[in-house]
Design a protein around this ligand. Structure first.
Ligand code: SF4
Length: 466
C-alpha cells in the first residue's frame, strides 16, 4: 500500500488524493424519482481486478480494491474489521483466503469492542426530542428503552419528512440516509443487547462541566461470542510477544485443542541489552501515603541523574501521576521532561512530541500511554523507568464486570502492558536500554500471572526455566 502525507491541499486535490465531495454514492431525485448516483471517480472492484479502470480513479477505492484483489494484502485493524462486520457478503469472493495473520494480537479485544455494543451521544437524544433526564443512565433496561425510543423517533421523523410538501418538492436524501442509518443502529443495538442481556454493561455516562449528559456506552463483557465472525479463514496466525494461550483462548472464544501455541524459548536479543532492575521502592496504590509516592519520585530523580547524558522514557499509570512526578523532580530533571499523551494540551500529536524528543540529546518522555506501539530505537531511549504498575481502569464498569467474571483477564491485561513497556526501547539485536521498575506491586502481578509470562522473559526476570 502507498500513503502520502500532503500539507498542500490544492496540490493534493490536483493529485487526486482528497475528496471534497464525500458521498461515494448518493440518493438524488431524477424526474421526480429517487435514484442512486455513484461518484464518477469510483471504480468497481471488477474494473480494478480486470485492470480496466478509467483514468483518474478515486485514490481511496483504488487502494482498497487493489488490496482486496491482490493475493496478499496488508490492512489496518479498523479497515479490515469494518469489511468483516459490514461488507462480508459484498466482498465474499475476495475474502476467501487460506490464512489471516493478526499482528499485535494482544490488542485484538480493544479492536473488536469498537464493533460491538453501542455509544449514544447527547446530540442524538436531542435530535429525537427525548428528555435525557427521564432515563436512568446506570440501568441496562433503561438504556434498552432509550434505544427503543430513539428507533421509534427516527422512524417517525423519516416518515414525517418524506410526507412533507417541502421534501416532495425538493427532497433532501442526504438527510434521510443519515436518519435511516441512525434508526438502524438504534434498532440493531436493542436486538443485540436483548439477545444476551447478562453480557452487557452500561459504563458510567460522561458528563460536561455543568453535569449535563454527553455520551454513554453499552459494551459486552465477553467479546468471545463476537470474535469468531472476524476470524473466518481456514487458519489464523496470532502474533504477539506478550500473550499466553489460556487467557487468549478464553477471551477470543477459541477451543484450546484447536490452537497450537509457539512460545519462543529465548529472546533473540542478548540479556545484557535488556536488563530489568526490580528496585521495589514502594507499593503504589490508591491508598499509598504521600511519603511513599515521593520516595518513588526521588528514585526517578536519582536514576535520571545517573543517565544525565542520555534520552529515556518514564511510564506510569495516569495523567495525574505524570503531573505529580513533574512537581517533585529536581528543576534540572524537570527541564528534561516532555509529557507525551495521545492528545496533548498544546494540540501536538504524539509523533510531534516524539520528534521533538529526538532532537533533545538528554530528553526524557513521561507518559501514561506510551506502554505500547512506540518505537524508541537506539539512543532515542537508553533507560526506561516503570514508575507504577498499569492496572486496567478499575473505575470503568466494564473493567470491573469483566474482572469479576474473568479474574485472570485483569492480571493478563496488566502483565501484557508491563511486558510491552519493557520492549519500548530495545528494538533490534544491537539496540540496548536499562529498565527500572519502582512499584513493588509488580511482584504480585508476576506471581499471579507466572503461568502467563512468555518464556522469552524468563532470563531478565530471573525465573526458573523448569
Ligand atoms: S468515490 Fe472517492 S472521490 Fe468519489 S466521493 Fe467517494 S471517496 Fe470521494
Amino acid at each position: 500500500m502507498e500513503s502520502e502525507k500532503v500539507d498542500n491541499e490544492r496540490r493534493a486535490m490536483r493529485w487526486g488524493l482528497t475528496c471534497d465531495k464525500g458521498e461515494c454514492q448518493e440518493r438524488i431525485s431524477k424526474n421526480g424519482k429517487e435514484v442512486f448516483e455513484v461518484c464518477k471517480f469510483k471504480p468497481t472492484i471488477k474494473q480494478v481486478e480486470d485492470n480496466t479502470v478509467d483514468s483518474n480513479p478515486c485514490h481511496y477505492y483504488m487502494q482498497k480494491y487493489d488490496a482486496l484483489v491482490s493475493k496478499h494484502s496488508l490492512w489496518n485493524y479498523h479497515a479490515f474489521f469494518t469489511i468483516m462486520k459490514f461488507n462480508k457478503k459484498l466482498f465474499e469472493e475476495y475474502l476467501d483466503r487460506k490464512i489471516t495473520v493478526f499482528d499485535e494480537a494482544h490488542k485484538i479485544e480493544d479492536q473488536i469492542i469498537q464493533f460491538v455494543g453501542f455509544d449514544i451521544f447527547s446530540g442524538q437524544v436531542e435530535e429525537c426530542n427525548l428528555n435525557s433526564e427521564k432515563y436512568d443512565f446506570t440501568d441496562l433496561d433503561s438504556m434498552i428503552k432509550l434505544t427503543d425510543d430513539m428507533a421509534y423517533s427516527y422512524a417517525k421523523k423519516i416518515k414525517d419528512i418524506k410526507e412533507s410538501p417541502a421534501f416532495q418538492n425538493d427532497p433532501d436524501y442526504e438527510l434521510i440516509t443519515g436518519l435511516e442509518r441512525r434508526h438502524d443502529r438504534s434498532a440493531q443495538a436493542k436486538i443485540d443487547i436483548m439477545s444476551d442481556k447478562d453480557n452487557f454493561v452500561v459504563n458510567d455516562p460522561i458528563k460536561d462541566l455543568n453535569g449535563n449528559f454527553r455520551t454513554i456506552s453499552v459494551k459486552p463483557i465477553d467479546v468471545s461470542k463476537f470474535a469468531n465472525s472476524f476470524f473466518e479463514t481456514e487458519y489464523q496466525l496470532f502474533m504477539s510477544a506478550t500473550i499466553d494461550k489460556s487467557s487468549f483462548c478464553e477471551n477470543m472464544g477459541l477451543q484450546k485443542d484447536d490452537v497450537a501455541f509457539v512460545d519462543t524459548q529465548k529472546s533473540p536479543f542478548s540479556i545484557d541489552h535488556r536488563t530489568v532492575n526490580l528496585l521495589n521502592i514502594k507499593r503504589l496504590s490508591y491508598g499509598s501515603t504521600e511519603e511513599d509516592e515521593i520516595e518513588v519520585i526521588k528514585t526517578i530523580d536519582r536514576i535520571m541523574d545517573e543517565h544525565s547524558n542520555e534520552r529515556g522514557l518514564i511510564l506510569t499509570s495516569s495523567i495525574p501521576r505524570c503531573q505529580k512526578i513533574i512537581r517533585y523532580l529536581s528543576p534540572k530533571n524537570t527541564s528534561r521532561i516532555r509529557l507525551c499523551h495521545s492528545k496533548n494540551k498544546d494540540g501536538k500529536t504524539q509523533d510531534e512530541v516524539i520528534s521533538e524528543h529526538a532532537s533533545d540529546p538528554t530528553g526524557v518522555l513521561l507518559s501514561s500511554s506510551l506502554w505500547e506501539g512506540v518505537d524508541l530505537k537506539d539512543d532515542l531511549s537508553r533507560f526506561q523507568i516503570i514508575a507504577k504498575v498499569p492496572y486496567p481502569n478499575y473505575t470503568e464498569k466494564r473493567t470491573r464486570a469483566k474482572m469479576n467474571k474473568f479474574p485472570l483477564w485483569y492480571t493478563s491485561q496488566t502483565l501484557t502492558k508491563i511486558l510491552q513497556g519493557f520492549g519500548r526501547s530495545i528494538r533490534s539485536d544491537d539496540d540496548w536500554a536499562k529498565t527500572y521498575v519502582l512499584d513493588t506491586a509488580v511482584n504480585n502481578v508476576f506471581f499471579k500471572g507466572q503461568q502467563m509470562i512468555p518464556k522469552a522473559y524468563y532470563d531478565v526476570l530471573g525465573m526458573d526455566d523448569n
